[in-house]
Design a protein around this ligand. Structure first.
Ligand code: NAG
Ligand code: NAG
Length: 190
């Protein structure tokens, strides 16, 4: 009987040993980072451009696509959604060099003030940034002097991007609703 118990103990010890060895192999130790091929050092980039939100004329770049029944009565246009394909240019002149386009939408998201939800891609078409993009998602209190919105990601040259965009209205035409907005975007990326 004692011999049987001894064997049983031995068996359990050997069994546990194998369990430990196997689990150690399958659970790769986390302190062995693998170098990510193709990514250099992190850097911070500053981009400055002008955003043209054109509602008037024969070729508007911002078009209202939806509204609630109550939007008409709302002093803050609560419930309205506007789709954009707004040019991003080098200077406030709409004919200056095209850097990219702001494709997405803004939605009037506040019942109290003029505050937008901005959800858009800044898709760049010029120089080294051509083909790369940044994702913007945030609150835009349009009457504030400077508004800040998070940059939530990017593609191409801006993979893994994070940062913020600051918007400052350069010109606003109250008759047409057209606006030119200066953007300063700071992003960390590889
Ligand atoms: C940007 O890239 C596209 C597609 O590769 C190309 O057709 C276009 O000429 C490029 N534009 C500039 C300004 O480099
Ligand atoms: C503002 O918009 C109206 C209507 O489109 C236009 O007639 C007027 O010239 C614009 N004003 C400026 C300063 O661009």
């Amino acid at each position: 009987m004692a011999r049987f118990l001894f064997n049983l103990h031995l068996f359990i010890i050997i069994f546990l040993f194998f369990v430990l060895v196997v689990s150690a192999k399958t659970h790769r130790s986390p302190q062995m980072p693998r170098p990510a091929v193709g990514f250099g050092k992190e850097k911070i980039s500053h981009l400055n451009f002008y955003f043209h939100d054109i509602l008037s004329g024969p070729k508007p770049t911002a078009v209202p696509v939806a509204a609630a029944a109550s939007t008409k009565k709302s002093p803050t246009f609560f419930g309205a959604v506007v789709m954009t394909d707004d040019p991003l240019t080098e200077t406030p002149d709409p004919k200056s060099k095209l850097f990219g386009r702001a494709q997405g939408f803004y939605a009037f998201a506040s019942q109290e003030d003029l505050s937008l939800l901005m959800a858009m891609t800044f898709a760049f078409v010029d120089g080294e940034y051509n083909g790369s993009s940044l994702g913007i998602l945030g609150r835009n209190t349009v009457l504030s002097k400077v508004r800040e919105m998070p940059v939530v990601g990017g593609s191409g040259l801006f993979r893994f991007a994070r940062g913020y965009a600051q918007a400052h209205t350069h010109a606003f035409n109250v008759t047409s609703g057209d606006a030119v907005v200066e953007y300063n975007v700071r992003v960390i990326h590889y």
